[in-house]
Write a protein that binds this ligand. Structure first.
Ligand code: NAP
Length: 487
């Protein structure tokens, strides 16, 4: 007999663990969390490259229902965030529900049985409801450069940093290394490996806007205060929340960003003395169009004698290294692909099949759509955490995740009132997508003059929520009339 569960949560990152906690808090115990790897943590387990840290302040990048007075820094490093997730998994009693090493290979809706059929690496399973916590940044993207297979050295993606004894940067000590890409991952890797490597060639295609992060440690006294007087940490969280929400004025009105650009250019000038390097690093699009990068040590690292910023682009790979578009060979021992993720073509979309047997990938064709970023017409009883248009360019994703969880709990109450299947009405979903499209027009993300991963292959923003998180929190309520509910 195939095992049946009421709710299958797929993935044990912030979304999956958050969903499990909220279920337990409301007294729902009939669920499992299926996690492909051997630990919880999601992207914070996978990404362990040197310098990996959150670029959103920790008091805001944590669950509102699980504050952590022990954060050691304003922008905590990856090991601390992973530890936080492990701890809340235990403290909220989620651990017994987690099945590690359980890869979900396929999920298909069985319209006769009105349930999901899951094929997993630990055998088949059926579920009334599936909550996907599979994440938006989980499919590493490595461009298909000519000759990529010929390179004889080591090459790996930033999200697949090999396990090492000791600090991760030791892996490249004394080597000739290339980092390809200058996004949020690269700017954390570069300053951390620069002191270790013999030579670092940084391949930049598009210079990004960089502003100081102004990280700082939380002192013991502050930590004790957060512990003894939790409202003080809440006040800090609220202050950070308001500051990030206020920044939306600029993201929605690109002209405002010119003021910030002047400050960012002043910062660039203060950090980089060499006029040629300065010119290479000067962005040519509106501030905020691509993710704004926060770093105190990226620019200084680029001025070091063992670092070269290569702007010529990559022609091909050869056994000894990379030949750039000017025909110069960069001899290398290791290449680090800091080239981002398959966001609008997420790997899981190929394996999730709805009522008509069509996969999400076939339906979306690289341009994902979902009602409130969470449910998809034709895919009943499935909740996509961090789904289409729930990404953010200005504040903490945890705010969106928690709002989506509230929406999911609203739908769950409908199941308890007798619903057997729930899915969004296709017309409502189409109207919603059109509304998003209108809302995104003129924002810096669509009108800022850059190519970013926020835009899909049709040029549509299918990634970001274009308004405030407050607006999403208010909007993401379960309204029965928006759905097809079958009893
Ligand atoms: P990314 O922002 O997508 O950056 C990828 C980089 O690779 C870009 O510089 C891109 O250049 C370059 N690239 C891609 N294809 C290329 C090609 N064919 N040739 C040359 N260069 C190429 O990826 P990421 O840095 O991994 O960051 C992804 C997202 O993860 C971030 O936006 C952020 O949301 C998240 N993240 C968060 C944190 C955090 O602190 N919370 C840290 C790391 C990542 P172009 O700009 O020209 O496309």
């Amino acid at each position: 007999m195939t095992e049946h569960v009421h709710i299958a949560i797929v993935g044990a990152g912030f979304s999956g663990i958050g969903a499990a906690i909220r279920l337990l808090q409301r007294g729902t115990h009939e669920f499992v969390v299926l996690e492909r790897s051997e630990d919880v943590g999601g992207v914070w387990r996978e990404n362990r490259y040197p310098g990996c840290a959150c670029d959103v302040e920790s008091p805001l990048y944590s669950f509102s229902f699980a504050p952590n007075p022990g954060w050691t820094r304003m922008f905590s490093p990856q090991p601390e965030i992973l530890e936080y997730l492990r701890r809340v998994t235990d403290e909220f009693g989620v651990r017994p529900y987690v099945r590690l090493g359980c890869l979900v290979e396929e999920a298909s809706w069985d319209d006769d049985a009105r349930r999901w059929q899951l094929q997993t690496s630990q055998g088949p399973l059926t579920a009334d409801i599936v909550i996907s916590g599979m994440g938006a940044l989980t499919g590493p993207s490595v461009p298909a450069f000519r000759g990529i297979e010929k390179f004889q050295g080591k090459a790996f993606h930033s999200a697949e940093w090999p396990h090492t004894q000791g600090r991760p940067e030791q892996l490249v000590r004394g080597q000739r290394v290339a980092v390809v890409g200058t996004g949020a991952s690269a700017i954390q890797i570069v300053p951390n490996i620069q002191p270790e490597v013999a030579r670092l060639s940084l391949f930049q295609r598009t210079p990004a806007w960089v502003i100081p992060r102004r990280d700082r440690a939380f002192g013991k006294l502050e930590q004790r205060m957060f512990e003894a007087l939790p409202f003080t940490q809440q006040l800090l969280r609220m202050g950070l929340y308001c500051r990030h929400e206020a920044s939306l004025v600029g993201f929605r009105n690109p002209a405002v960003m010119r003021i910030i650009e002047r400050l960012a250019l002043r910062y660039l000038d203060s950090q980089i003395a060499d006029p040629k390097l300065r010119a290479q690093l000067r962005p040519n699009f509106r501030f905020g169009c691509k993710r704004v990068l926060l770093s105190d040590d990226y620019y200084p690292a680029l001025t070091k004698p063992n670092v070269e910023l290569v702007g010529a682009g990559i022609r091909e790979l050869v056994p000894d290294g990379i030949i750039d578009n000017e025909g110069r060979l960069h001899e290398l021992d290791t290449i680090i692909w800091a080239t981002g993720f398959e966001v609008t073509d997420p790997p899981f979309a190929k394996y999730v099949r709805g009522r008509d047997g069509q996969s999400l990938a076939e339906l979306w064709r690289g341009s994902p759509q979902a009602y409130l970023g969470t449910m998809v017409a034709g895919f009943p009883n499935m909740f996509l955490m961090t789904g289409p248009n729930t990404g953010l360019g200005h504040t903490s994703m945890l705010l969106m995740i928690e709002a989506q969880l509230e929406l999911m709990l609203g739908a769950l109450a409908e199941f308890e009132r007798g619903a057997v299947t729930i899915e969004p009405d296709a017309a409502t979903q189409a109207r919603y997508v059109a509304e998003l499209e209108r809302g995104g027009r003129g924002t810096v993300w669509t009108a800022g003059g850059c190519a970013s991963w926020y835009l899909d292959r049709t040029g549509r923003n299918s990634t970001l929520w274009p308004w405030s998180t407050y607006r999403f929190m208010r909007r993401a309520k379960f309204e029965r009339d928006d759905y097809l509910v079958a009893t």
